[in-house]
Design a protein around this ligand. Structure first.
Ligand SMILES: [Zn+2]
Length: 320
């Protein structure tokens, strides 16, 4: 019978020395098989050495470090989605009544967009702490204040403004730092500050382009994308530089005395120009478009929405 590498034929009784050779031969064949056919000098193969084990453990740890945030992020998102779905069932009707009565933007939305608005609002509110200074806490305050943020970001992917996790509510105008003029609102690294009386006035008259809620949310949106620890919405940040190519010349022109429909406060600095433009965009869109069509359309592209349209979001895919 011809002999191949896998079969050893023994026809004669082997002597002691011959038997040892046969045993060694078998051990060598076994080592070769485990090494995938590669010749190994160590006939007693005992698995990976310490260095190999260290590499395996290091790679496993690295894989864990990479996958942990992804997996935990997915679990967290699912938990939040379940929680919001539950809150939608419990509070959806009540929120719809509050917003229909007091937020003009929400009132004009279709049923489908109202659902989207409420979902985003509950998500936004779940990540915010509301602090009340000289004013009684009330259920409608977080709803209406949060709604101003959701209105502004309705066409954007990023709407949580996570870097700013606290919203401070004062009853009326307040003094801040060394400033001699009272504030209606401001934004800094500690959070978003608003005076409630002025906030309410902003939505009571929704055609005078005076809306401190939208104004401060515009500052907050710029803050979380330009001054926070991370960028909340990369697309928004990218589009903002394109927007500025059209917005800045208008600002410079206003600063040098050209009258526009914007409140004169817009000429203070570019940050204020942006925030005042947002107020005008939502409350006087027709006048804005008539006077500065290119700038109005740049604002539409930046925020991915057009307040003059019945369906405000321009590209649904970009709104997440
Ligand atoms: Zn401002």
């Amino acid at each position: 019978m011809p002999q191949d590498s896998g079969i050893i034929s023994v026809t004669q009784p082997a002597s002691g020395e011959k038997m040892n050779q046969i045993v060694d031969s078998l051990r060598w064949t076994d080592s070769v098989r485990h090494a995938g056919g590669q010749l190994m000098m160590n006939q007693d193969y005992q698995g990976p050495d310490l260095f190999t084990w260290s590499v395996i453990v290091a790679l496993a740890f690295l894989a864990f470090l990479i996958s942990f945030p992804i997996v935990s992020g997915k679990i967290r998102r699912r938990r939040i989605a379940r929680q919001i779905a539950l809150e939608m069932d419990l509070k959806g009707k009540e929120l719809d009544i509050t917003l229909s009565g007091q937020n003009s933007f929400y009132r004009d939305l279709s049923a489908e967009y109202r659902q989207r608005f409420l979902w985003r609002l509950l998500h936004f509110m779940s990540g915010k702490k509301f602090e009340y200074v000289g004013i009684e806490a009330a259920d409608e305050i977080p709803v209406l204040v949060g709604a101003a943020a959701i209105q502004l970001t309705f066409g954007l992917r990023g709407y949580l403004m996570e870097f700013l996790d606290t919203i401070y509510l004062m009853h009326h105008d307040y003094y801040y730092g060394y400033f001699q003029t009272p504030f209606q609102g401001h934004v800094n690294s500690r959070g978003i500050y608003l005076s409630w009386i002025n906030f309410m006035k902003g939505y009571e008259n929704y055609s005078d382009a005076q809306n401190v809620g939208l104004h401060e949310m515009a500052h907050a949106l710029a803050y979380v994308n330009f001054y926070g620890y991370g960028v909340e919405d990369e697309e928004f940040k990218h589009r903002f530089s394109l927007f500025s190519k059209i917005a800045r010349p208008v600002f410079e022109s206003m600063k040098s005395g050209t009258p526009y429909l914007f409140d004169s406060y817009a000429a203070t600095d570019y940050n204020e120009f942006w925030a005042v433009s947002v107020e005008t965009f939502f409350e006087k869109p027709q006048e804005f478009y008539q006077q500065l069509p290119e700038y109005y359309l740049a604002m539409c592209s930046l925020l991915n929405q057009d307040p003059m349209k019945k369906t405000p979001i321009l590209i649904p895919a970009e709104a997440g």
